[in-house]
Design a protein around this ligand. Structure first.
Ligand code: PLP
Length: 394
């Protein structure tokens, strides 16, 4: 039965705001503090508790979280940081902000996460850190990554922007390295509008993160180099204003209370997609995870055979299905290609480039109805059936 066409674009991601969220924000608006007040602390403690780390530092967005983590890790000019090209540009950009050099290791063709085997190949005496990205919410092979990092004295910074709630061998993403960066952008698992968080269990890193978030300024007398008086504060390093507001943290706290509900709904939608799409022989589905929980930030399919990704993408958009592509390998952005053509060039990470040619992100967010999901799979089925080179059976 052909389904009725959608008259409005189904987005690929969308926030889910409830009356509790609105009430929590309004409460802060009526209170004494709008910016750095008590709700920031409460949100930080709640995220640290949820993730299973000792500390969490709220910052203005996920990019600031990565930048702060690079600072805390001591990344500076001449230092190399190994990461995946299959991520949002901010992951690698945060290394450049510190004057360091992002080094891209290829992805594993099965999990689409950074390939453990490629890490040693990218190691040089200048390597200081490794940044695994739990792509789509699927935890990286952290055991391999941690062993590699330990052997070569590297800092491990998880980019956990896709992975709030993901679990690897009994531990949550965000507690699997020395530090982790989260984003609370509206498309992520929970939102504060814009917002981010760094989690860590290391006291020294925690102190550095606090300094960096607030201009490099400390108000703690015990940390000053000299005593001037009670009015004094001391700028000890060049930091930023990366603070998150109480207004945003109230929204974050309220959202975090519903994280399990959000994750479950994402899992249900994924099951519905899997069931409907497994019959399409030209569609590669995301792999299930043997030793953990995927947080399902994104549902990505890969189109096999002779199917042109662009053709399918355009046909789905024409049917108001808000598909997307995550991601162009970061080093293929013109900025990177121009920055250092000897280091960043087409062909650098063949698996990531092959993935990019075939990938389509389908809509996935907790507010999606089963009917929305069925619209997507029906549209995809009929688009593929009409595709040259498609062996789709319906
Ligand atoms: C969203 C995202 C970021 C950046 O977060 P912002 O809050 O948008 O700055 C970084 N890395 C990944 C993998 C992301 O998905």
């Amino acid at each position: 039965m052909p389904r009725k066409a959608r008259d409005k674009m189904l987005p690929y991601a969308r926030q889910l705001i409830g009356e509790d969220d609105i009430a929590a924000v309004v409460e802060v608006l009526r209170s004494d503090f709008l910016t750095t007040g008590p709700v920031v602390d409460r949100f930080e403690k709640a995220v640290a508790d949820y993730v299973g780390t000792r500390y969490a530092v709220a910052v203005s967005n996920g990019t600031a979280a990565l930048h702060a983590a690079m600072y805390a890790a001591g990344i500076g000019p001449g230092d190399e940081v190994i990461t995946t090209p299959l991520t949002f540009a901010a992951t690698a950009n945060s290394v450049l902000y510190r004057g360091g050099t992002p080094v891209f290791a290829d992805i594993d063709p099965e999990t689409w996460n950074i390939a453990s085997e490629d890490l040693e190949k990218k190691l040089t005496p200048r390597t200081k850190a490794v940044v695994p990205v739990h792509f789509t919410g699927r935890p990286c092979a952290m055991e391999d990554i941690r062993q590699f990092a330990k052997k070569h004295h590297l800092v491990v910074i998880e980019d956990a922007a896709h992975a709030l709630g993901a679990v690897y061998r009994g531990k949550k993403a965000g507690s699997l390295g020395d530090m982790a960066a989260f984003s609370f952008h509206a498309v992520k698992h929970i939102t504060t509008g814009e917002g981010g968080m760094v989690t860590t269990s290391d006291r020294r890193l925690y102190e550095r993160l606090l300094l960096f978030r607030n201009h490099g300024i400390t108000r703690k007398p015990g940390r000053w180099s000299r005593q001037e008086g009670p009015w004094y504060y001391e700028m000890q390093d060049l930091g930023f204003n990366y603070r998150l507001t109480d207004i945003q943290c109230a929204l974050g706290l309220s959202q975090l209370a519903r994280i399990e509900q959000f994750l479950r709904r994402r899992e249900e939608i994924v099951q519905r997609y899997d069931q409907a799409l497994c019959a399409l022989s030209s569609v590669g589905l995301p792999k299930v995870l043997p030793d953990g929980r995927c947080a399902w930030h994104l549902y990505v399919i890969r189109l096999g055979g002779e199917i042109q990704r662009g053709e399918v993408f355009n046909a789905l958009r024409a049917r108001n299905i808000g598909v997307n592509v995550h991601y162009l390998p970061v080093y293929l952005h013109p900025y990177y290609l121009h920055l250092d053509p000897d280091r960043y060039y087409q062909g650098l990470c063949p698996e990531a480039e092959r993935y990019y040619e075939e990938a389509v992100t389908l809509p996935l967010y907790p507010g999606m109805t089963d009917d929305d999901v069925d619209d997507v799979t029906a549209a995809l089925g009929s688009v593929l059936a009409g595709c040259a080179g498609s062996a789709a059976v319906l």
